[in-house]
Design a binder for this molecule. Sequence first.
Ligand code: ZN
Length: 346
Amino acid sequence: MIARVRGRALPDGEYVDLYADGDRWTSDPVPGAELVAEGWLLPGLVDAHTHPGAEEPGDPMDDEILRADLHRHVDAGVTMIRSPGLPGEPPEWFGAEPGLPRAVHAGPWIAQHGEFFDGWGRRATHAELPALAAEQAKRTGWAKVIADWQTGDDAVPSDVLTAVVEAVHAVGGRLAVHSQHAAGGEAAVAAGVDSVEHGMWLDPGYLPDMAARGTALTPTLSVFQAALGRARDREDTPRKRWFVGGAEAHPALVVAAAEAGVKILAGTDSRPHGRVGDEIRALAEAGLRPHHALAAGSWAAREYLGLPGLVPGAPADAVVYAEDPREDLGQLEHPVAVVLRGVRVR
Ligand SMILES: [Zn+2]
């Protein structure tokens, strides 16, 4: 069956009537096309920070778990993901399998010795970091570096991160950096990384610089908010003060980032998969306008990852809602239809 969708397409709300010509949308009628659904259209939801393929931190990549995780994403209306770090090298079909989301990824994480989850990622000295990240980015377009880890650990120095950015950009790649402490955030912004992941404790004074340089922020707000209640009940330690203080300040930081013009990306960083709707709603609850919260988990994230929205010539993905999803973000996981690569998958 050749898919056809029509209705009001976000972000502009313009009326479109699109036919799938293979994996491309066209406005020229395609003989034999059947109307899949009519309503409010997105090019699909995007989870820009998700690590499918393993149950627990440190577990190896498991293809069955990977497949199940990706099905959960599609069932929730996600047509594209970015994995800034994976439990292992993904199988050939990752990102290309009919019925499963498009994907960009950074391969296994890259961290300093003595930091990050045991069993996950690669370790490198400061001298080795630029070449290792560039080699990864050359293969997949992205590399992911863990700039800081636990309370008391050293962050990757900004001159080292600057060398990593230069090496990654020299091969045409982009660099995502994990940061949850002030020092890591400062080093990441100074180095001009492409995206700051989490950004907890980031000094708001750096936000205008991020906006000017096009550095995106993936705040993973909902996973922090979910952990906050449990964290408050723990005994008082430096680690608790770090997490509770950072997570409590995070919603206001995200709003300030959006107001400063920083590109915000919705990412879940948690299991079970398929919950980017929670992140979009958390962004809205923090104070982003629903239009901008939805952009972070749909068209703006997709554009950031290199794909156009619902226009002729674009890859043939669409998620159709009965009502304007900005009016009711509770609809997000309950689309009327999901079209992926020109085929209705839900
Ligand atoms: Zn992560």
